[in-house]
Ligand binder design. Structure first.
Ligand code: DC
Length: 219
């Protein structure tokens, strides 16, 4: 079966990237982390000495190449900030719509992001909205980035991370263009009390039920 699109949206650090990548591998569809597009535009702007808040991202979006998404310097704090500034710009978003649709045009795809089910693929075969509370997301991020839960400043660091995530949620949800929101027909998966493996099994069971033609290798 070709051209099946599965949208995986949700807030930052909800685990949707890992889940979407694994889901794609299980069902044999190409995978695109669309956050990398905004990160790469921010990176190109910073490299060119431009301020990512300035509106020249359309140019960068148009000149993005596949190799720009493979750079190892797309997850720095500077790029985090820059990506959220370029992601607000209607011109950048518009320039990236085609890139995302083309990616899925031949063989379908699993894409993760903020607006996949609402803007990029409103007719996706299946839409997931993966979420978790800011506190749980902060805990996961803390451990993933090598944080030591026994360190004297761990509690403080966790509170600061949860606050930062709340702020990012606010910025992503309140922007004028393509805000983060739950598509009406999305299946919401709250992973607060699920491990990454449980979340994947849960999502795979829904895929099996809703798109039986999409054969997958067993877990
Ligand atoms: O998921 P991420 O943290 O890599 O995303 C980087 C930035 O891009 C973040 O500010 C949210 C934004 N983004 C977006 O606006 N739309 C998407 N489809 C994906 C990411």
């Amino acid at each position: 079966m070709s051209s099946i699109v599965i949208a995986v949206d949700g807030p930052a650090a909800a685990g949707k990237g890992t889940l979407a990548r694994e889901l794609a591998a299980f069902v044999g569809l190409p995978y695109l982390d669309t956050g990398l597009l905004y990160r790469a535009v921010a990176r190109l702007m910073l490299d060119a000495g431009l301020d990512p808040a300035e509106n020249s991202g359309e140019f960068c979006a148009a000149s993005l190449e596949a190799k720009d998404l493979e750079r190892s310097d797309l997850r720095t704090p500077e790029v985090d900030r820059g990506a959220s500034l370029v992601a607000k710009q209607p011109e950048v978003r518009a320039a990236l719509i085609d890139t995302q649709r083309r990616f899925a045009s031949e063989r379908g795809a699993v894409l993760d992001g903020r607006d996949i089910g609402t803007v990029i693929f409103p007719d996706a075969a299946l839409k997931f909205y993966i979420t978790a509370s800011p506190e749980i997301r902060a805990q996961r991020r803390f451990l993933q980035t090598g944080g030591d839960p026994a360190a004297p400043d761990a509690a403080e660091a966790l509170v600061a991370m949860a606050d930062a995530l709340r702020q990012r949620d606010g910025a992503d949800s309140s922007r004028a263009v393509a805000p983060l929101k739950i598509a009406e027909d999305a299946i919401v998966v709250d992973t607060d009390s699920m491990s990454a493996r449980e979340a994947l099994s849960h999502v795979l069971a829904i895929v099996d039920e809703r798109i039986p033609a999409l054969k997958r290798r067993s877990t």
